[in-house]
Design a protein around this ligand. Structure first.
Ligand SMILES: Nc1ncnc2c1ncn2[C@@H]1O[C@H](COP(=O)(O)OP(=O)(O)OP(=O)(O)O)[C@@H](O)[C@H]1O
Ligand SMILES: [Mg+2]
Length: 443
């Protein structure tokens, strides 16, 4: 990014600009507000770091002018200690964020990282809106980030071969859609893709589902039933949540992979099948092997090719494509807009539920929006707990102090500074009050 640093304290500008450059950004330094405006008139910057107290023009006025001539530029305010009110005022006037002196350079580098993410998302979003091309996709899989392109190349290779595949990825990253794509592109596409999840089901049920059973194998087995391996003959079997498979089933499953044969539950006849297995897991199987919860030999049989699906937060450049795709899917032809403020929130969100969560968010937001054609941030990112931003995470003591200071200021204003009244209301001693007012610079 191109960063403009406006601060009259030389020591700050030297160490801070070094720190910013070390992250690969370009930095230009100016020492007063007017020079900052002049620099912005001459060239574009992605971000301005603006000290509010500089000689000459007032910092708020400088901020106002920046927002007027270059509204797209993100402005980070640098304020003196104990001037939170001014900082909040600056946020209202369009500043992106603020830091208080004295600050650690890392605080600013973190904010720059967030701005950079937002810029990636915003540019991508614009690109998509401006081009009339259809959304690029691989089969039914959306995404063009390098990590996804690698996945496509792997799918391509795997589809041409007949080996087993292990797909790893967090919840909602697209493991199932990848398995389907492999099957659809493979030689086996004219035969069945049979799916089976190992989660939540008891071991005996999983076995009778996978291997089938003979009449009378157990109470309730009134007729013979074919298992999924048999049904998938010449096709593909997708075993989801393989990490949940019990040790006995793992052993029987290993035999299927090694010898392509098995017996139905309660049966003696050996059945031969020709299947390709695609397994999926949210957990790291190597860790489970070390804990003796997963068979190493089974792991190597499955992991002939390994496809790792990146979480959404590591490929945020794909978010705009997915947004457009899901809006199309749920909107009934209606066009929707997303404001830059919302894009900013989406770019900083961690997406624990990945693509599935994004899809649900869009469906929900479209329902909530009603007549309007602007998708609202609150509808997209509903839960404040999961949408907590990194910048909102402090150590507990810092957080409590923050809440305490805010509450004290409120009470202070409410009582017009009547210390007797404050002590009475808060049930604290004069001494405690005095210490706290001093600590938080409340006067
Ligand atoms: N890259 C993608 N492009 C389009 N749709 C996607 C993509 N990834 C996931 N989806 C959609 O998101 C939803 C979740 O995907 P999928 O079921 O494949 O995830 P998963 O990894 O199997 O999740 P889980 O581990 O929770 O079972 C599905 O509706 C799927 O179609
Ligand atoms: Mg799944």
């Amino acid at each position: 990014m191109k960063v403009l640093l406006a601060d009259d304290e030389k020591t700050i500008t030297i160490t801070l600009s070094d720190a910013i450059r070390s992250k690969g950004h370009q930095v230009m330094v100016v020492y007063d507000g007017l020079s900052a405006i002049k620099a912005l008139e001459e060239e574009d910057f992605d971000c301005v770091l603006l000290d509010l107290k500089m000689p000459g023009q007032d910092g708020m006025e400088t901020l106002r002018q920046i927002k007027q001539i270059k509204p797209e530029t993100s402005v980070i305010i640098i304020t003196g200690y104990g001037t939170v009110d001014t900082a909040v005022d600056a946020l209202k006037h369009g500043a992106y964020d603020y830091v208080q002196k004295p600050f650690y350079n890392e605080e600013i580098l973190l904010i720059l990282e967030r701005i950079e993410k937002y810029i990636v998302l915003r540019d991508e979003y614009r690109g998509i809106r401006e081009s009339l091309e259809t959304i690029p996709q691989y089969g039914r899989i959306i995404g063009k980030s390098p990590r996804m392109v690698e996945v496509y190349q792997l799918i391509e290779k795997v589809a041409a071969s007949d080996c087993n595949v292990l797909i790893e990825g967090e919840s909602g990253t697209g493991k199932e859609i990848v398995a389907e794509t492999i099957h659809e592109k493979s030689q086996r596409r004219n035969y069945s893709l049979i799916k089976m999840s190992c989660s939540v089901m008891p071991e005996t049920l999983i076995e009778s589902e996978l291997f089938g059973y003979e009449k009378g194998a157990f109470t309730g087995a009134l007729t013979q039933k074919k298992g999924r391996f048999e049904l998938a003959d010449k096709g593909t079997v997708f075993i989801d949540d393989i990490d949940d498979m019990s040790p006995t089933t793992q052993m029987k499953f290993l035999r299927v992979l090694q010898e392509h044969s098995f017996e139905r539950v309660g049966g003696t006849q050996t059945i031969q099948v020709d299947i390709r297995v695609i397994a999926a897991t949210k957990k790291n199987l190597i860790t489970l092997i070390k804990q003796n919860l997963f068979r190493e030999d089974l792991f190597y049989r499955l992991n002939v090719v390994n496809i790792k699906l990146p979480p959404l937060r590591e490929r945020i450049a794909d978010i705009p494509l997915l947004l457009e795709h899901f809006i199309k899917k749920y909107s009934n032809e209606k066009k929707y807009e997303i404001t830059s403020d919302t894009l900013m929130a989406l770019s900083n969100y961690l997406w624990p539920g990945n693509v599935r969560e994004l899809e649900n968010a869009i469906e929900r937001a479209i329902t909530m929006t009603g007549e309007s054609n602007v998708l609202k941030k609150e509808d997209l990112l509903k839960s404040p707990l999961t949408s907590i931003q990194e910048k909102d995470i402090f150590a507990l003591d810092k957080y409590l102090a923050h809440v305490e200071a805010e509450y004290l200021r409120k009470i202070f204003a409410h009582t017009k500074g009547d210390k007797n009244e404050i002590c009475r209301l808060l049930n604290i001693s004069r001494k405690t009050l005095w210490t706290k007012l001093k600590q938080y610079s409340i006067e």
